[in-house]
Ligand binder design. Structure first.
Ligand SMILES: [Cu+2]
Length: 1440
């Protein structure tokens, strides 16, 4: 293609200006003559910090927290106080026309302290907060309990009282970012402190670094954004300013980088800055259609913020209404499509500036108290595990309270294509996004020295060039640089994309482009192509940046259409579904309920996907129970733009973002038009998510999301049931790689908050009014569900009795589910592609009888069968064929999801079937039986006798006067065990005490049989007030009196030992009075514990206690006991032996340098602890079934004295039966007292009654969302607490984790909880390496835990004292009991242990610590005793 003359001119110009504009920045110029090749010495740093009361203003509209709290450097105190004194809110009657716009004070920011690796820090904290003692707690190790900033157990509190001071000494022993928060207060409600901003971060920079202000080059003491200068290794140069050169994937470790510390802050309570303008439709809604706040009439509202900045839609929408009313808008603007437009609104409060190609690191911290967010950054990608180049490349991750992580943008700012423009980063949970949780990462292409202005006239702040990069060229009149080459008009809608007519001919008919002007053209790349005009890019013509792979252009026509989506055979559907279809494959009548799959658009590594996206949406959508009409009246019209925003692949943010961010174009197509998105799949990404970014709050939950699996280079996809038929789309396929190997491809795409109606038109779980941001709607997988509620109702109709819950997944009773049933043969490789399309919840994917390496790119990563998802996250999981025939349950494990029908089957045939052709690379799948576990070898057979029984579990044991008991408790009680090669059943002491969860152990290579006897009561019914689920069926009270036990990850035959009654498998549950064996093969070391749980009754058994853990230890490790939640492990070395398990332990402990010795004969001793996490519990005061413990109402945050948090101490009130539902489509009163009658044994009300009166929580007087309902705890214990006591009681009923100082501690965590709310778990004073999430760096917080998740973390107990082990979710989890204590003592502490093993291999009692520090290990005595008696059965001490 010929270059147009103007572009050639520009190239010439660029080559002159670009090379000659400025010599390489002189380090002496910018950094005051500092020689950056000389590292800073190790330092002891001092920071004087004040905890201040200060109003926090979140945006220019004046949303503010008058009760804000912050940590600040003492040197900023006077300026901040002056600011606080002079702060005047707008008058309460201010309107958007009269309200003052606020300057955002740059000093009002979360405190970010920095140090270098190996530095130490002293902090003098002065507490000026009047009502609270404040502790500065950092989630890092190396400090003593005196510097923990908390008040835990037996420790002396390390808090500064009101008006007082405290001194902290911290160690900077690990690079990374670490949460700082007030641990003097562990609540998350209005009277608490973290919620109001009392948090920050400590960043530990590379050894020897300096840091400077990006605008001034001056050294700085704190601040969220900084330029970091690691010491330059000699000879280092990184002068890669040539705009057209490929940057290195990762910068040289010596390179200076831009650091952006990004601190999430949820549930921030604010006062509005002004009265919102009414919708011009006159319908009384302050803001219509999108962004209606939760609390319509209250001036106290929540925002979701980042770095004390939040730009919620509502203020900006109000501005738009003003401009509609005064007639100054030139083009229709509806609201959400311009939420992020700086053309329309000016810049948001949070903008990071960079030059294209700058090395850039994000340090992301969760400073909030409740939600698990999904961080997403457009255009850029990074390694899932920082610094680990064989981990997957990602661009979004879950982020739970108090977790923190670092990542480096691959290829620097603007990514590989040097995409210039405004790049949004945000929480992907749309209600949070709508409520303000976003900011802009701005990528400049021209030098900013302070002389330039933004289109709104504001000065562009100078941005220094990083010292080892060349300067970008100066702006000129023809080439003003971003954003000034974009021909927008301030206070008007973002301009449409310019089309270079000179190069590409006239603007194509039907497209939504406009002719580009010469200045836009001058800014274009040398070969502008539709979808990429401004970034550099590969084309088949240039072969540019192909890394040896030919570039293939593939074109698709994608339509965005409305359809009536049918979710299941019960008639649940969404008449206003939104979806993408390939234009050539479009099907389905607009108004006929029809099942659809989400668009799965396959591509290959190396492809350039050129997608035409055509807007075929209805131009009018009527109001329904879930959403207001679009448009809602003629005065408020919409152009209805649709976009195609994509993750992971490379694209030009100005042409193909599918969004309208900052000073960018509107990259979307109006009704009836199209535009083109161009994506380069420059990696084998696995699974690539794409969706609309212009009206996502309303459209995406109705189905507007899709996936592009990026297959290996050269692979071809075929129909799974016809290998002769190629396929582009579909949720199951068979894929042939160029090497001739095949795999089956399975797509599971979960979504929540999908609006849905019954066949009769009754809304399912509607919001209180249309467009409210509450949790609402249903959950679906691939737009389908098989809800238990409807199966129960169907069974009642057909059988005139209540079904036993164990039958609910039984295809022999119900036939197969409506959800996708996948087909495969044993030994076939499967690639699971899992993702989440909408909207606000976390989901836990699990596949029974399958397992995969956690990181699909790293075959050494641990084996798992579970994955947490949040919206936009997407994973590839490779299953290597080691699975048995039978029906495998794939499901979403939190009870809310399962109940709503998010489950399906992978059917592994046990013989050849006509409907499934064999894969040519596995032509005889049954020739080998390698997929089955081997026959049990008696010499390696370990057996446990377990009784499932009904027990009263005392969760609180009188703690703080509380008596929380579960009279409906169900437990697995271990009765006896048998060691391999013996015939002796060793009885386990019958404990009449309060039960503990089942924890059993085995060694790698052993077969484990659990003989499970069902001794539970036969007349069980569901407890009243049991935690609810969305679209509940309150009158279904039946509880299965069958039991079972399922184990994850270990090998077994799914047809006999899964413990699940699913599909056409034989029923594997145990009837009352009977005993059944479940046998598993522990074929390898898994690196984490195994979850055990009952599968006979999903809804009722797990939250009453049928849970446990199997710990598989590598060969050579020996526990002192084979069961129980704490043990001591001994590793016996043989010379030179270092097996795989040790490597995995090493990975788990990697962050703190756990290096087991391999070079001599020695013992290595670890303390082992097993945490069994629980939530969704319904406990009863003194065990009285009529006196349930009430849920904490998170919306009620005003406690008079903060001493009796509503709900924690009070018994539940009877449900309120008089609440009228405000939804105009739902007028019916529900007579709750009728419903709450025990319907057990009587005929249920009609289906229609049930539909009309389904139990929305708000209607039932329980204002707590289902996912928050129920008490929390661990190991059948709960320690409910409140301020100011918090964690001071030194004997909580939860386990005291006893640790011997100097020893390594191994914590195993199994999440056997019930509810979807993701949890974080923080161990004070210690760090570990969290392998499977985005944080290889040391962390003290285990992130994003939800049901089925397991983790092992290892660290050394170095410091004596009490260290909290607690949930990071302060809003409810700590108060509701989820905390315990790690007690580190110099001496071995007796904890309950019933036996001590024989000392192994002749090392009779030589147990010693391995560190040679002379510390006596008093376990030695026990070992000697035990050694003399073989399998001695020695009671050493009882439980307290
Ligand atoms: Cu969020």
């Amino acid at each position: 293609m010929l270059l147009p003359c103007i572009t050639r001119l520009w190239l010439l110009f660029y080559s002159i200006v670009g090379i000659n504009a400025r010599p390489a920045a002189n380090l002496d110029d910018d950094l005051g003559g500092i020689d950056l090749t000389v590292p800073i010495e190790r330092q002891h740093r001092h920071y004087d910090v004040v905890a201040l009361e200060i109003p926090i203003v979140f945006n220019i509209y004046g949303d503010h927290d008058p009760d804000g709290l912050m940590f600040a450097l003492k040197e900023n105190e006077q300026a901040l106080k002056h600011y606080a004194k002079s702060f005047v809110p707008n008058p309460s009657d201010a309107t958007s026309r009269t309200a003052r716009r606020f300057e955002l004070n740059p000093l009002v920011r979360p405190l970010v302290l920095r140090c270098n690796l190996h530095d130490s820090i002293t902090i003098h904290l002065e507490n000026q907060v009047q009502k609270h003692s404040v502790g500065m707690h950092v989630a890092l190790d190396g400090h003593d309990v005196e510097s923990d900033g908390s008040a835990v157990g037996r420790n002396r509190p390390s808090l500064a009282p009101p008006g007082g001071r405290y001194e902290y000494h911290w160690q900077c022993g690990h690079e990374g970012v670490f949460h700082i928060g007030d641990a003097g207060n562990l609540g998350g409600r209005e009277n608490d402190t973290n919620l109001h901003g009392l948090f920050g971060a400590l960043v530990v920079e590379p050894f020897g670094s300096r840091w400077t202000h990006p605008h001034t080059g001056k050294p700085i003491r704190d601040g969220l954004t900084a330029d970091i200068h690691p010491p330059k290794r000699s000879g280092y140069q990184n002068f890669k300013a040539d705009f057209f050169r490929d940057e290195p994937e990762l910068p040289d470790p010596s390179a200076s980088f831009r650091e952006h510390v990004t601190i999430f802050h949820d549930e921030a309570k604010v006062k509005r800055g002004f009265k919102l303008t009414d919708n011009p439709c006159g319908n009384g809604r302050p803001v219509s259609s999108v962004g209606i706040p939760n609390l319509q009439t209250d001036d106290d509202e929540a925002v979701h913020a980042i770095n004390y900045r939040s730009d919620p839609l509502r203020n900006r929408q109000s501005d738009i209404f003003d401009r509609i009313n005064n007639g100054t808008l030139k083009r229709p603007v509806f609201g959400e499509e311009q939420h992020h437009s700086s053309w329309m609104h000016g810049d948001p409060g949070l903008v990071y500036t960079n030059y294209a190609g700058d090395p850039a690191k994000f340090r992301v911290v969760h400073g909030g108290v409740k939600e698990t967010h999904v961080f997403h950054w457009h255009v850029h990608q990074w390694y899932a595990v920082e610094g680990k180049t064989d981990s997957p490349i990602i661009d979004s991750f879950s982020l739970s309270p108090q977790w923190a992580t670092t990542f480096t943008a691959l290829y620097g700012a603007g990514s590989r294509l040097k995409s210039i423009g405004d790049v949004i980063f945000h929480c992907h949970l749309y209600p949070h996004f709508t409520l303000g949780m976003w900011g802009i990462f701005r990528v400049f292409d021209k030098l900013q020295d302070g002389s330039q202005r933004y289109p709104d006239g504001r000065q562009i702040e100078p941005l220094l060039v990083l010292p080892d990069r060349q300067s970008p060229p100066h702006p000129t009149a023809l080439r003003p640089g971003f954003p000034n080459f974009i021909p927008g008009e301030f206070r008007q809608k973002s301009p449409r994309i310019g089309w270079p007519e000179e190069t590409l001919g006239p603007v194509p008919e039907g497209s939504d482009y406009r002719p580009a002007n010469p200045i836009e053209v001058a800014a274009m790349n040398f070969n502008p192509q539709p979808g990429n005009f401004w970034a550099i890019h590969p084309t088949p013509q240039t072969g540019f940046m192909d890394r040896g792979l030919p570039v293939r252009e593939v074109t698709h026509n994608v339509s965005a259409v409305n359809k009536d989506i049918l979710f299941n055979n019960y008639g649940w559907h969404d008449p206003n579904g939104h979806l993408y279809q390939i234009e050539e494959e479009e099907f389905g009548d607009r108004h006929t309920p029809t099942p659809y799959d989400p668009l799965i658009l396959r591509g290959n590594h190396g492809d350039v996907l050129v997608n035409t996206i055509k807007n075929k949406f209805d131009t009018f959508l009527p109001e329904d129970a879930f959403e207001a009409a679009v448009p809602d009246c003629p005065q408020h019209p919409t152009e209805g733009e649709v976009g195609l925003h994509v993750h992971l692949v490379k694209f030009d943010v100005l042409s193909s973002d599918g969004a309208a961010v900052g000073w960018n174009y509107m990259s979307g197509a109006r009704f009836g038009r199209y535009y083109i998105a161009r994506w380069w799949a420059d990696e084998e990404f696995g699974h690539v998510f794409f969706h609309d970014h212009l009206f996502p709050q309303t459209r995406q939950k109705r189905g507007l999301y899709a996936m592009a699996p990026i297959e290996p280079f050269g692979a071809e996809a075929f129909l799974n049931n016809n290998l002769a038929q190629r396929t582009l789309t579909g949720v199951q396929a068979a894929v042939r790689k160029p090497d001739g190997e095949w795999f089956r491809e399975i797509v599971q795409f979960v979504a929540d908050q999908h609006p849905a109606f019954t066949r009769a038109g009754i809304p399912l779980n509607p919001p209180p009014f249309p467009s409210a941001l509450n949790d609402n709607g249903i959950m679906v997988v691939n737009y389908k569900s098989e809800p238990f509620r409807e199966r129960i109702k169907r069974f009642r109709r057909e059988h005139h009795e209540e079904p036993d819950p164990r039958l609910l997944m039984d295809s022999k009773v119900f036939g197969d589910p409506f959800t996708t049933v996948y087909h495969t043969y044993p030994n076939d490789t499967i690639r699971l592609r899992i993702g989440q399309g909408s909207h606000e919840e976390s989901h836990s994917f699990n596949a029974y009888g399958f397992r995969w390496h956690d990181l699909f790119t790293d075959p050494k990563s641990r084996l798992v069968d579970q994955q947490i998802l949040g919206i936009s996250k997407a994973f590839t999981k490779i299953i290597d064929g080691d699975y048995s025939p039978g029906d495998h349950l794939v499901y979403w494990r939190a009870i809310d999801d399962t109940w709503l029908g998010c489950w399906s089957l992978v059917r592994v045939f046990d013989k050849l079937k006509a409907e499934l052709p064999v894969l040519p690379s596995n032509p005889a799948p049954f020739n080998s039986t390698a997929f089955l576990p081997p026959k049990v070898d008696p010499s390696r057979h370990r057996e446990y006798r377990v009784i499932a029984e009904t027990r009263l579990i005392d969760y609180t044991e009188g703690f703080l006067g509380q008596s929380w008991k579960d009279p409906f408790g169900l437990v697995y009680r271990l009765e006896a065990y048998k060691e391999p090669g013996t015939d002796v059943w060793v009885p386990v002491a019958q404990k009449d005490k309060n039960p503990e969860p089942l924890v059993i152990r085995a060694l790698v290579g052993e077969f484990v049989t659990v003989w499970l006897t069902n001794d539970i009561r036969r007349d069980l019914v569901a407890e009243k007030h049991r935690p609810q689920v969305p679209v509940d069926l309150l009158n279904f009270r039946k509880v299965s009196n069958h039991v079972s036990i399922h184990a994850d990850i270990v090998l077994f035959d799914t047809r006999t030992d899964d413990g699940t009654n699913v599909g056409f498998n034989p029923d594997q549950t145990v009837p009352p009075g009977e005993t059944r064996a479940f046998t598993w093969f522990a074929d390898q070391f898994y690196g984490s514990p195994i979850v055990l749980q009952d599968q006979a009754d999903f809804r009722n058994h797990r939250h009453h206690g049928l849970i446990g853990a199997l710990i598989v230890l590598p060969e050579g490790w020996l526990p002192d006991r084979w069961y129980g939640q704490q043990a001591t492990l001994k590793r016996v070395w043989s010379v030179g032996h270092f097996d795989d398990g040790d490597i995995r332990f090493h990975q788990a402990g990697g962050a703190m340098g756990f290096h087991p010795r391999v070079d001599d004969k020695d013992f290595f001793i670890m303390d082992e602890h097993v945490i069994v996490l629980q939530d969704g519990l319904r406990l009863f005061n003194r065990g009285n079934p009529k006196d349930p413990i009430k849920d904490i109402d998170l919306n009620v945050t005003r406690d008079a004295d903060n001493k009796k948090p509503d709900g924690v101490l009070a018994p539940a009130e009877p449900p309120n039966n008089t609440e009228l539902v405000r939804n105009p489509f739902f007028f019916k009163f529900c007579n709750i007292s009728e419903w709450m009658k025990d319907h057990h044994g009587t005929l249920p009300p009609s289906d229609k009654d049930l539909d009309l009166c389904h139990p929305d929580m708000r209607r039932f007087g329980n204002k707590v969302d289902p996912e928050e309902q129920g008490q929390k705890g661990m190991n059948y214990r709960s320690a409910p607490t409140f301020g100011p006591i918090w964690l001071q009681p030194d004997h909580p009923p939860t386990p005291i984790w006893h640790a011997v100082k100097g020893r390594f501690q191994m914590f195993h965590m199994v999440a056997t909880n019930d509810k979807p709310r993701a949890i974080s778990l923080h161990v004070h004073g210690h760090v570990f390496s969290e392998i499977e999430n985005a944080g290889s760096l040391a962390t003290g917080v285990d992130n994003a835990i939800n049901p089925g998740r397991t983790e092992t973390f290892v660290f050394r107990a170095e410091k004596e004292g009490d260290w909290a082990v607690r949930a990071g979710n302060l809003r409810s989890h700590v108060m509701e009991g989820m905390w315990s204590i790690l007690r580190v003592s110099a001496k071995q502490v007796d904890f309950p242990r019933e036996f001590v093993n024989e000392a192994p291999h002749g090392h009779d009692g030589g147990g010693d610590d391995d560190h040679g520090d002379g510390q006596h290990d008093d376990r030695k005595d026990h070992d000697e005793k035990a050694g003399a008696h073989g399998h001695a059965y020695v009671h050493i001490s009882g439980h307290k």
